[in-house]
Design a protein around this ligand. Structure first.
Ligand SMILES: Nc1ncnc2c1ncn2[C@@H]1O[C@H](COP(=O)(O)OP(=O)(O)O)[C@@H](O)[C@H]1O
Ligand SMILES: [Mg+2]
Length: 390
């Protein structure tokens, strides 16, 4: 678990690769020089809109509340907010509120004076003072004990901290970026979270969608991690096979981007060749397509729209040929698999393959034996909804 880390965002590209791997090993409270990846992948339209929102919010000094399931990139987004703010040259402190023991939390956040409790041999600054003029990321803020919530609220209101064992307030200038994977409104309703602190946090809200709701990010992220971990492991160029791409797209990713990152890393370690296969990924219960394709069809539709604007002759045939050719290539020219993938009968497929010159010569003659009328009849009998009638 990432407990208390301060990491500098001004990393070099080489550092990025190593720190992704180093991250889980960093356990202790230290001013670590390690840096996590600063490269961001935002390809899906949902993510692009989110990026615009982050860019709008970041330059202000407003408190930010980031909401999202575990592994959706809350910390990465918090770093990005900091990097785009005028505080970017100062410290970004990251605190996992869930990882702090209740009796240490006050001294961790606000510091303590020498002798203020058993074991306090020296005085120490807390995170608010350490991150002065910078940003403080309070991760899993919903886990803060109620007593601490009251103290934190006071600090946010007064903009000063009082160390444990001291009476002297010290002014602090820190931007708070809080994150939660629990619904804070429900926590407020259940009296686990103070309503007044919630309103303080809830000035600018960034909602991170789960990965399954932004499928356009899945493959770009997979390739991104492939590159990082592949380089790190000293491998040459490694690709995803088309079947693997489909597998990744059709999986739910309950652990979101973190799960995808780990899955790619693991697959690289077990993959024997230079193409990652579906069986290299140990995905628990890959879902079958139930309600139509999950892949966003937005780009497909905009390509079709451009074609319509150009209005070339035989437009339908151009599109149909592209569909047949893509599926046939994808299935490595296996007719049974192609027919299954397209959900059309093999006879219809063979006819189309013949029509578009994709049948090997020997098979072409046989396919010519099917007339258009026969194909329609057969298609209508088997899959009425799939057959084009004109
Ligand atoms: N948009 C993104 N582009 C690239 N990597 C990302 C992105 N979002 C998250 N990651 C990576 O996914 C992992 C999990 O992200 P993290 O910010 O720790 O999630 P959370 O804090 O929500 O649990 C990290 O290794 C992070 O670098
Ligand atoms: Mg996190």
């Amino acid at each position: 678990m990432d407990t208390l880390l301060v990491r500098n965002l001004t990393s070099t590209k080489e550092e990025d690769a190593s720190t992704l791997l180093a991250f889980d090993e960093l356990e202790s409270r230290s001013l670590s020089l390690s840096v996590r990846a600063t490269a961001l992948v935002f390809e899906d339209p949902v993510s692009r809109r989110l990026l615009e929102q982050i860019e709008r919010i970041a330059p202000s000094d407003a408190t930010v509340l980031i909401i999202g399931e575990t592994g959706t990139g809350k910390e990465l987004v918090a770093r990005h907010v900091h990097a785009l703010s005028k505080r970017s040259n100062n410290i970004f402190g990251a605190i996992n509120c869930a990882a702090l023991s209740e009796n240490l939390i006050e001294s961790e956040l606000f510091g303590h004076e020498k002798g203020s409790f058993t074991g306090a041999f020296t005085s120490k600054d807390g995170w608010f003072e350490t991150a002065n003029k910078g940003s403080l990321f309070l991760d899993e803020v919903g886990d803060l004990p109620l007593g601490m919530q009251a103290k934190l609220l006071r600090v946010l209101q007064e903009r000063e901290v009082v160390k444990v064992g001291s009476r002297q307030p010290v002014p602090v200038d820190v931007r708070i970026i809080a994150a939660t994977n629990v619904n804070l409104e429900e926590a407020v309703a259940a009296s686990h979270f103070r309503a007044d602190l919630y309103y303080r946090f809830n000035v600018a809200t960034i909602q991170l969608s789960p990965l399954r709701e932004r499928p356009g990010d899945i493959l770009p992220l997979a390739r991104h991690f492939l590159k990082i971990y592949g380089t790190r492991l000293g491998y040459g160029e490694i690709k995803l096979s088309p079947a693997t791409e489909l597998t990744l797209l059709n999986y739910d990713w309950p652990g979101n981007i973190r799960e995808l990152e780990n899955a790619v890393h693991r697959a690289l370690l077990v993959c024997p060749g230079n193409r990652l296969r579906p069986e290299d990924f140990k995905l628990s219960g890959v879902r079958a397509l139930e309600h139509g394709p999950l892949v966003s069809t937005t780009s497909l539709e905009s390509a079709l729209q451009r074609l319509c604007e150009q209005a070339p002759p035989k437009l339908f045939e151009i599109i149909e040929e592209a569909v047949i050719r893509t599926a046939f290539d994808f299935c490595e020219e296996n007719q049974v698999q192609t027919a299954r993938l397209l959900d059309i009968s093999r006879n219809v497929l063979r006819h189309k393959l013949g029509l578009y010159g994709m049948l090997p010569h020997a098979q072409k003659k046989q396919s010519d034996a099917y007339s258009d009328a026969e194909i329609r009849r057969e298609g209508l009998a088997q899959q009425p909804q799939k057959v084009y009638t004109d």
